[in-house]
Design a binder for this molecule. Structure first.
Ligand code: PLP
Length: 387
């Protein structure tokens, strides 16, 4: 009988992935299911990026790449961020950057502060690395954002990291420059706390976006910025993300990565280089398309009784409060309501508990209008019929 390591005793495949796979299985069994559960743009990877990958493969870029990333891609990322290549690590997705950072830095029981709602993997990655997630509820009334006093109260001598994600998955909240500076004021008093700023949705901002480093440059020596090509360039399957931080942290993350995956896929790195150095006009075109979808989805959800949907400032998710619908429908939890929607109405959305904030649900609007309209009208009729 196999016994799991205690570090991963409760680790499961992310609830987002589980739901999406369940929707796919129902579809394969002939059921008509609309999935609004996944965080990946429906747009294709642009042709010039695919062509660069093809050229790289034909040119023999098919061998083990350098562990921390190809010199060309590290240089391009460094130049774009005003740092040196020694401050950059390229990994197999932003997810591996997060895992590298936690494995490289946490001792058993070290604490990592994360405002909820947070992206599902944050707490699992911290647990897997032996750390302790310290979850702070940041509800809709607070714009889903952490306040300086909440941060101050959560910090202990064991705090190793604050994990921030702006624009946020799932809430879409963006921290303004003033809000970052206020948090930085607290962090200045606690030099043991490092900051992980996950900015993977920075190109998907409907209001001005401020990078953490720009708002609080004085904290650069304990700041890790995480980004990648998955969301901005529709490259989720290519698996390229990166971390930008102090060289000694980057080296430690490279030591971890070197024993897990070696360097990230050489061909994907050539593709990511083409994404960063090629035509950027598509970013704005796609942003405008996402903005139109956002407006459509927010309006449709707010017309459903028992659902209150704030307008997200970035990313491609809405995170409405569904407690009214739970009450009138007789559902004990957000997960029950979402399970019912999948079974009875054929729509997959993710319960807020997966993000540490129950009473909500996350819908992705990175889908075509036909799917969005179909999914939303099914949710509306199912909830109305149940009232
Ligand atoms: N960070 C956040 C907030 C995300 O939502 C995601 C993907 O869903 C990632 C990181 C991971 O992205 P990647 O595809 O680069 O691993």
């Amino acid at each position: 009988i196999f016994t799991r390591a205690s570090r991963i005793a409760d680790l499961e495949i992310s609830e987002i992935v589980q739901l999406t796979e369940k929707a796919a299985a129902l579809k394969a069994a002939g059921r008509d299911v609309v999935a609004l559960s996944t965080g990946e743009p429906d747009f294709p990877t642009p042709d010039h990026i695919i062509e660069a990958a093809h050229r790289a493969a034909l040119a023999g870029k098919t061998r083990y790449p350098a562990t921390l990333g190809t010199p060309e891609l590290r240089r391009a990322i460094a130049d774009g961020n005003g740092v040196a290549p020694a401050n950059v690590i390229v990994s197999t997705g932003a997810k591996q950057v997060l895992a590298n950072a936690m494995l490289a830095s946490l001792n058993e029981g070290d604490e990592v502060i994360m405002p909820a709602p947070f992206w599902t993997s944050y707490s699992d990655i911290v647990l897997m690395a032996g750390g302790r997630p310290v979850v702070i509820r940041c509800g809709q009334e607070a714009g889903f954002k952490l306040s300086p006093s909440q941060l101050e109260a959560a910090i202990t001598p064991r705090t190793r990291w604050l994990m921030l994600n702006s624009p946020s998955n799932p809430s879409g909240a963006i921290y303004s420059a003033a809000e970052i500076r206020a948090l930085a004021g607290v962090l200045a008093r606690h030099p043991q706390v490092w900051i992980l700023s996950d900015e993977i949705y920075d190109h998907l901002s409907y209001i001005p976006f401020t990078p953490f480093r720009q708002a609080a440059p004085e904290l650069a020596e304990r700041l890790l910025v995480v980004n990648g090509v998955s969301k901005a360039y529709s490259m989720t399957g290519w698996r390229i993300g990166w971390g930008i931080g102090p060289a000694d942290l980057i080296q430690a993350m490279g030591a971890v990565q070197g024993q897990v995956t070696s360097g990230a896929c050489s061909i994907s790195q050539a593709a990511a280089l083409a994404a960063l150095t090629g035509d950027q006009a598509l970013l704005d075109t796609r942003l405008q398309a996402m903005r139109a979808r956002r407006d459509r989805v927010v309006a449709a959800l707010n017309a459903i009784p028992g659902i209150r949907c704030p307008e997200p400032e970035g990313a491609f998710y809405v995170f409405p409060d569904i407690t009214g619908a739970m009450k009138t429908g007789g559902f004990a939890s957000d997960a029950d309501l979402c399970a019912w929607l999948l079974e009875d109405a054929g729509v997959a959305i993710v319960p807020g508990r997966a993000f540490g904030l129950p009473g909500h649900a996350r819908l992705s609007f990175a889908y075509g209008d036909a799917d969005l309209d179909q999914g939303l009208s099914r949710i509306a009729s199912a909830i109305r019929a149940r009232m």
